[in-house]
Design a protein around this ligand. Structure first.
Ligand SMILES: [Zn+2]
Length: 532
């Protein structure tokens, strides 16, 4: 996959969203970029970069990632990934961490917000240590308790209340630091509500910053606290900063963060774990973070699709009869089968169950598509008929379309489906052959990207999943995502209708007011062996 991630990112962006993402480089062979756990749900975060009233310099805005980029300094502007990004693989610390319990992260473009007064947030008081906090300045920025009470979020917040707003600010000052000449808090957030603030301090690991701060604050929005649902041990993501492990040694100033990103799931189990367990009927009857988090209204169910490649002449998932099979070419082509699978969470969600697989791009990083005979592309069967909106396109790495930037060794097959044809609810599929070189499974390798639309025709979810050897063929399962590929989601992502921007606490059908229960993640860190 040498140098293939960044172009792939551009490709998947250009196909549907006309936006680029930032992943780059190639992972060392021993590094896993695939989640071994199915992504049953996903959540969406809108980053807001808070700048001065009249920003002139790029540094007039807060940092949004560990490369010290701002929305104004980054060459990719609004389409810049936020948080701690490992430049070696393109993986994000917070996405990897939440993927361990099957939750995938999607980011909208970064919104720039010019407000000098909002660049510094002050914590007014905390009822006990770092919990039960109030902050008028944060409430204003997060539009709370308005959003909890059902108000439509206004700029710079995302208009969808269940899209988490993550504000990047210059300083957050604790109640013990009222003069606030410099910040003393890494992160601050609503417990069981919408709103997260990340301070510049987070991106200085040699000071107190840590790569898990964005993931930790997301947990508070999910209603996970420092001592609930199994938090407390030093290796747990939600444990308070004063007793949470920081991977060592600390990265040198300006160095890559791969060492830290690789110490969390799926490559490490030394830090930022979440407790797993059964689903829960309510927060009050829950004993694990997985079950508790799955109750959150910020989650959307993930649809599932599979792409299978079978050697010529072998019985695969295909439903066609021998009589329907076309006469063999020389050599006979590989058979492809794309279908939408069953996923409990998706089937329980009207928007997910009726989400439509709009586009599939099969990317061969090893081997190539070859329809030079003009007849290797044969559709055996499809349900409904037709399922394809148009004849599939073969794209080449030297071209200027879906495969742009791949280089001459990469080939793509771009399949566009009729809206509503392939959904979880209708069990649609497509069974076809197309020539490849070589025409053997062993010689092929790659990734498949899946783009879903909601019934109203707007983008719903997207993921890329590598082809891996199974059952004598190659299989890509869209829920076993490639964590190094971060396709963006548009600002107008609508969320799941009916979801509230919190976890409801029965019998109440409305969100609690979070403004007196904010959580202050002070810049204190557990001393770990070997630290300084
Ligand atoms: Zn916290």
């Amino acid at each position: 996959m040498r140098d293939s991630i960044s172009p792939l990112c551009r490709m998947v962006g250009s196909v549907l969203f006309a936006a680029a993402c930032l992943a780059s480089g190639a992972a060392p062979a021993q590094v896993s970029t695939t989640s071994p756990v199915p992504m049953t749900h996903f959540f969406v975060v809108q980053p807001v970069d808070v700048c001065t009233d009249n920003p002139r310099l790029t540094t007039d805005c807060a940092y949004i990632n560990n490369s010290f980029q701002t929305v104004r300094s980054s060459p990719t502007g609004a389409n810049t990934l936020v948080g701690f990004l490992d430049p070696a693989t393109g993986m994000l610390a917070h996405r990897n961490i939440w993927s361990q319990i099957g939750l995938d992260f999607r980011q909208t473009p970064v919104v720039q917000y010019n407000s000098t007064v909002s660049q510094t947030l002050k914590v007014d008081s905390c009822s006990s240590g770092t919990t039960g906090c109030t902050s008028g300045s944060f409430s204003t920025l997060a539009q709370q308790p308005g959003i909890a009470n059902g108000a439509t979020p206004t700029f710079p917040r995302n208009t969808t209340a269940t899209t988490m707003n993550m504000f990047f600010v210059k300083n957050i000052c604790s109640a013990l630091n009222p003069n606030c000449t410099s910040g003393s808090v890494d992160g601050f957030s609503a417990l069981n509500g919408n709103g997260i603030a990340i301070a510049n301090l987070t991106f200085f690991p040699q000071s107190t910053g840590r790569p898990d701060t964005p993931a930790h604050e997301m947990g508070h929005n999910f209603a996970d606290d420092h001592n609930t649902f199994g938090a407390g041990p030093s290796t747990n993501l939600m444990t308070a900063g004063s007793s949470r492990t920081v991977p060592l040694p600390l990265p040198a100033a300006g160095s890559k963060m791969d060492q830290w990103v690789l110490q969390v799931f799926p490559n490490g189990s030394a830090a930022d774990l979440l407790t797993v367990g059964a689903s829960c009927p309510s927060l009050s009857a829950c004993n694990n973070q997985q079950g508790a988090t799955q109750l959150s209204g910020f989650l959307n169910a993930s649809p599932q699709a599979t792409t299978s490649l079978f050697p010529p002449g072998e019985e695969g998932a295909s439903t066609q009869t021998a009589a329907a099979r076309q006469p063999s070419n020389n050599p006979p082509p590989i058979e492809f089968f794309i279908d939408v699978g069953f996923a409990d969470a998706c089937n329980a969600s009207p928007v997910c169950a009726n989400a439509s697989l709009a586009e599939v791009v099969i990317v061969l990083t090893q081997g190539k598509f070859d329809n030079s005979s003009g007849s290797s592309l044969q559709i055996f069967d499809q349900r409904p008929n037709p399922a394809l909106a148009k004849r599939p396109d073969i794209r080449h790495g030297n071209g200027n379309d879906a495969c742009e930037g791949f280089g001459p060794t990469t080939w793509c097959l771009d399949l566009n489906f009729i809206p509503g044809a392939l959904t979880a609810a209708n069990g649609g599929f497509l069974d076809f052959t197309i020539g490849t070189k070589p025409s053997t499974i062993d010689g092929l390798q790659g990734t498949v990207c899946y783009f879903w639309e909601s019934p109203s025709g707007t983008p719903y979810y997207n993921s890329c999943a590598d082809l891996s050897s199974q059952f004598g063929g190659l299989v890509s399962n869209s829920q076993m995502v490639n964590l190094a590929i971060n396709p963006p989601i548009p600002l107008n992502f609508a969320g799941t209708p009916g979801n509230k921007p919190c976890t409801l606490i029965p019998p109440s059908g409305t969100c609690p007011d979070p403004t007196s229960s904010y959580t202050d993640d002070s810049a204190e860190r557990a001393p770990a062996s070997g630290e300084r």
